[in-house]
Design a binder for this molecule. Structure first.
Ligand SMILES: C[S@@+](CC[C@H](N)C(=O)[O-])C[C@H]1O[C@@H](n2cnc3c(N)ncnc32)[C@H](O)[C@@H]1O
Length: 264
């Protein structure tokens, strides 16, 4: 595991189960809600899945299972790959309470091995804060390509690179926060950042929380990595921020297919 992943594993292994329990409730409560309204948890991206029932879906960096378990409830065969054992604990507890199967592999996404030939996935679904955990986007895109079957679909959602321009990169924050254009869109260094839930947990000293190491990408770098891995890009849908600055881009969703190309 490289240094960046080691640092991020430590950060995401710190009090994650506690955070998810605060946010989504005890696993039994979360499971009950997911059974009652699975579409609610998938509402931002469900339009990109043609079909869910019977599909083999990989959900890399799937965290606490808040997307994977609703997909399993809707009839998919779901595999999560995530670096945090703490996340696995919460996700598997919800899956058990919801009475669905969930395969959860704790590993650095770039390092896990699966029998690709016998286990190709129909869909790879990733969302909300994933690309900045990797400092080699080509390797990341190639890995996703290798996991999909021919004609398999990539649904990749992440925060919009426009946020690189802003001093404050959290797209959920609201007015009076730093929306000054003091960032550098072309910055390519690794940046020390907070694990996304740090602000939601009480703690005595600011630095008791382990930090993350993040690489923020430009839109050009992202599209180039997936196109050169061999994906055929079908759609790039940009959406507004999640706070009141609806005039600024907040996230994007890339829809791409693994198709046989004459030359790769
Ligand atoms: C912000 S979350 C992504 C959002 C998530 N899909 C959800 O449902 O909340 C980022 C996740 O990436 C995981 N992660 C970070 N680096 C990773 C790596 N190199 N390989 C696998 N998982 C990683 C973290 O443990 C964390 O669960």
């Amino acid at each position: 595991m490289n240094k960046q992943s080691k640092i991020n594993k430590k950060a995401w292994s710190y009090r994650a189960t506690e955070f998810w329990s605060n946010k989504l409730g005890k696993p039994s409560q979360a499971a009950k809600d997911m059974i009652e309204r699975p579409h609610y948890y998938l509402r931002r991206h469900i339009q990109f899945f043609d079909e869910i029932r019977g599909k083999k879906i990989i959900n890399p960096l799937g965290s606490c299972g808040q997307k994977a378990v609703p997909l399993a409830i809707l009839g998919a065969d779901v595999t999560v790959v995530d670096i945090s054992e703490e996340n696995k604990k919460y996700a598997t507890d919800i899956a058990v309470a919801a009475n669905v199967n969930l395969t959860y592999i704790v590993s650095d996404f770039l390092e896990f091995n699966i029998d690709n030939i016998h286990n190709p996935f129909d869909i790879a679904y990733l969302e909300g804060g994933v690309l900045h955990y990797f400092s080699d986007l080509h390797k990341f895109a190639n890995k996703l390509y290798s996991l999909l079957k021919l004609d398999g679909k990539l649904i990749l959602n992440d925060f919009h690179p426009f946020r690189k321009l802003l001093q404050e990169r959290d797209i959920f924050k609201d007015a009076n926060d730093n929306l000054e254009l003091t960032g550098n869109y072309f910055e390519s260094e690794l940046i020390v950042g907070e694990v996304s839930y740090e602000k939601y947990l009480s703690h005595n000293t600011q630095d008791e929380f382990p930090k993350c190491l993040l690489r923020y990408w430009t839109m050009g770098e992202i599209i180039t990595a997936f196109a050169s891995a061999g994906f055929v890009i079908k759609q790039l849908v940009e959406g507004p921020r999640f706070d009141s600055y609806k005039n600024l881009p907040g996230d994007f969703t890339l829809i791409a297919l693994k198709q046989e190309l004459a030359e790769k």
